[in-house]
Ligand binder design. Structure first.
Ligand code: HEM
Length: 461
């Protein structure tokens, strides 16, 4: 079937509306909402959060604001971004894994790290890492082919694949020896310590909570593990003057353009941990939801496969040509943004589009809500990749899977190349379907996780 035929077939049918969790009642008590926030914020938001411009509430002694208008978001993330820092709860939860790395540093320390790291993430630098992405994806496809007779867990396969890509792009070596331990660390942390307890939300940062003692013990084991990976990479060596082989070389060679300073060993370790963790689970989540949506929507899946066939026929899989595949990734991250919530705390008083804000007030910019907001999208809950191909592109303050402004995701280009390439290769190799009809619902725990891992049937094309 040609791309045009598949396209004709799909434009006339009703779009898929994937299942979503029920919305919380708008009159939930403050205590009930806080409990729900700790479990999964996605389940704590009611109708107003999807329909109104700004929803003001209370968060302990402070006000909280959910921002749903591009103007308000531009104000916080661009115009006056220095007044808005990571929240104490966010720092408490992330610091044991990310240390003082780029994601949770602030002020001068952040500026120095950001300008030092920027050259390692330019499109040019990412191009040198693409062969690692291709090899790891091809290996995943070979393994999946061998397992294609029975049900397969594509969520786990995507986690393994993106971890492999994170490991190889970082260190040039495969994750066969360390992947299992790394996965265990991530799972252990995600299942317990990454979920803020009530005390984590209530106590100021300087006051340790019972979870914090466990987090400190975890950090000791985790930094030792990262140190071991770095030592192994160093032992593999690099010829003086040779071009950088991987992100470890790129970040190790990086110098502050203003002072010429390099990262210390501890700083480099925190960047390594940050990039591996910020990069692999988010991309695995995006790929999982894309495969889930395509399994629910076979016509769109065939349209994507037809595009891949057409592009592959011309030789290599040129990402620039994979426009529909990219639109599927964009639309997947609209419906299931891996980073479902961007939270900030006000460092000082301010006014956001007429709303007075006081020091310590909490600002919530939730891609989950924004991307499904009734005022910002037509058919907000429907899966329609075409919306990214035709008409005007969405407002960059209404569609922000990678955030926006000074703290926009440094790995956005890396992630888009990886996800587009992997999805094209996977759907080019297999037809995917679900083996059961039970809905899969999103849960917000650091990223937008599925509430269960559904089994897929995959048929080689
Ligand atoms: C689909 C995949 C990804 C998504 C959806 C995603 C999403 C995001 C978002 C929303 C932010 C901004 C958070 C904020 O403003 O508070 C962010 C920041 C960040 N991301 Fe990503 N990310 C992805 C992949 C990656 C990759 C592959 C890397 C590295 C290899 C990475 C590294 C980072 C870092 C270091 C920051 C902090 C930047 C800063 O504060 O200056 N991310 N990401």
């Amino acid at each position: 079937m040609s791309i045009a035929e598949v396209h004709d077939m799909t434009v006339t049918r009703r779009p898929l509306v994937p299942p979503t969790p029920p919305r919380a009642p708008d009159d939930m008590t403050a205590f009930g909402r806080m409990r729900a926030m700790g479990k999964s914020p996605i389940e704590a938001w009611g109708r107003r959060a999807y329909e109104e411009d700004i929803v003001q509430g209370r968060f302990l002694r402070h006000s909280s604001f959910i921002l749903n208008t591009p103007d308000a978001i531009r104000h916080v993330l661009v115009d006056n971004y220095e007044n808005y820092t990571r929240t104490p709860a966010g720092i408490r939860v992330l610091r044991p894994m990310l240390g003082e790395g780029l994601l949770i540093s602030e002020g001068r320390a952040w500026k120095y790290q950001r300008r030092t790291l920027a050259p390692a993430f330019t499109p040019r630098a990412v191009t040198t890492l693409v062969p690692y992405m291709v090899t790891a994806t091809d290996e995943t496809i070979t393994k999946l082919k061998a397992a294609s007779g029975g049900p397969v867990d594509l969520r786990e396969a995507m986690q393994r694949m993106t971890l492999e890509i994170a490991g190889r792009t970082m260190f040039s070596f495969g994750m066969d020896r360390h992947g299992a331990a790394l996965r265990d660390f991530v799972m252990e942390y995600g299942e317990t310590l990454a979920r803020p307890s009530m005390l984590d939300l209530v106590l100021p940062l300087g006051w340790p909570t019972p979870h914090d003692f466990r987090r400190a013990r975890f950090r000791k084991r985790w930094t030792a593990f990262v140190g071991q990976l770095m030592a192994e990479r160093r032992a593999a060596g690099k010829d003086a003057g040779a071009p950088a082989r991987d992100l470890f070389d790129l970040m190790g060679d990086a110098r502050d353009p203003e002072t010429g300073e390099a990262f210390t060993d501890a700083q480099l370790g925190d960047q390594v941990a940050t990039m591996i963790l910020a990069g692999h689970e988010t991309t695995a989540t995006a790929l999982f939801w894309a495969l889930y949506l395509l399994a629910l929507d076979p016509a769109t899946q065939e349209q994507l496969a037809a595009e891949v066939n057409g592009v592959a026929a011309a030789g290599t899989l040129d990402i620039e040509q994979l426009k529909f595949t990219r639109a599927v990734i964009d639309e997947t991250m609209r419906l299931y943004p891996p980073a479902f919530l961007i939270a900030r705390a006000a460092a000082g008083p301010d006014t956001i589009t007429g709303h007075p804000v006081r020091k310590h007030d909490v600002i919530l910019i939730a891609p989950w809500l924004l991307h499904r907001h009734e005022k910002l999208w037509r058919d907000p809950n429907a899966f329609m990749p075409q919306r990214f191909l035709t008409g005007t592109p969405p407002d960059r303050f209404a569609y922000l899977p990678f955030g926006v402004g000074a703290r926009v995701c440094i790995g956005a280009h890396f992630a888009l190349v990886e996800a587009t390439l992997a999805l094209a290769k996977l759907i080019g190799a297999f037809r995917v379907a679900l083996t059961d009809k039970e809905p899969v619902l999103p849960v917000g725990v650091v990223t937008t996780q599925p509430n269960r891992s559904p089994m897929f049937a995959i048929t080689p094309r």
